[in-house]
Design a protein around this ligand. Structure first.
Ligand code: PEP
Length: 253
């Protein structure tokens, strides 16, 4: 059975005290309200990782994630954070390849392949983001665009390695815009991604990888998105900044 995951990407929001308050609320509510087979991940800014870890570290439902990492272990990379640093403070998941990083920080598929390798060799779980722009969707080649992102960054991995990756399909036109992919649009892409994985690897591998949906997911639309056969949870931006909304999304299973 595939793991169901609801991950919150706080992006560059909240001061540390606000982050602690939000985390405590989520941990308290999740214990009673979120089904045991749903894993929650909180991905705060780097400056909050340790304080969030203190609040999530001794329970089994809410895990700590980071929003990015560097490919090198250490060295002259001013402003960057390495995978060993993230691991040392108890980070379990790391988002890589978010469209904002691809766009504003020119991250390439090749660079993301290296980040994936670094994370897997350290035992951390990459949440690999992919997704097309509105222009690409309207041009009709959106499926091949997304499956190429996956091939370019992940298809050098062995079967055992790729099974440890979480994929997040996030259509760029739906991120932070209030526009959500319809359940049919989400299912079409998730199914295509799974088929692509099965063609390269096999059905067992494809069926074991969690594929999350991201893009204006909120309590009002999570249920119908999560009901899609190939949708295994969500990567949540704006709605993860409110404990009630985030937990309600996680309860939508
Ligand atoms: C995101 O940036 O990963 C995201 C899904 O954002 P939002 O939910 O705000 O659209």
């Amino acid at each position: 059975m595939r793991k169901k995951i609801v991950a919150g990407n706080w992006k560059m929001n909240l001061l540390p005290e606000e982050g602690k308050k939000l985390t405590s609320e989520i941990v308290n509510m999740a214990g009673d309200e979120v089904p045991n087979d749903v894993t929650l991940v909180i991905c705060p800014p780097y400056t909050h990782l340790e304080s969030v870890q203190k609040l999530t570290g001794d329970q089994e439902k809410v895990f700590l994630g980071a929003q990015n990492c560097h490919t090198e272990e250490s060295g002259a990379y001013t402003g960057e954070i390495s995978v060993p640093m993230l691991k040392a403070i108890g980070t379990s998941y790391v988002i890589i390849g978010h469209s904002e990083r691809r766009e504003y920080f020119s991250e390439t598929d090749e660079f993301l392949a290296k980040k994936t390798d670094k994370l897997l060799s350290a035992g951390l779980t990459p949440i690999f983001c992919c997704g097309e722009s509105l222009e690409q969707r309207e041009g009709g080649k959106y499926v091949s665009f997304v499956t190429n992102q996956i091939s370019n960054s992940l298809f050098h991995l062995s079967e055992d390695e790729i099974k440890k990756v979480v994929i997040a399909y996030e259509p760029i036109w739906a991120i932070g815009t209030g526009l959500t992919a319809s359940p049919e649009q989400a299912q079409e892409m998730h199914e295509a991604i799974r088929k692509h994985l099965a063609e390269k690897y096999n059905a067992d591998v494809a069926n074991s990888i969690s594929i999350l949906y991201g893009g204006s997911c909120k309590p009002g639309n999570a249920k119908e998105l999560f009901a899609c056969e190939d949708v295994d949870g969500g990567l949540i931006g704006g709605a993860s900044l409110k404990s009630r909304d985030f937990v309600d999304i996680a309860k939508s299973y």
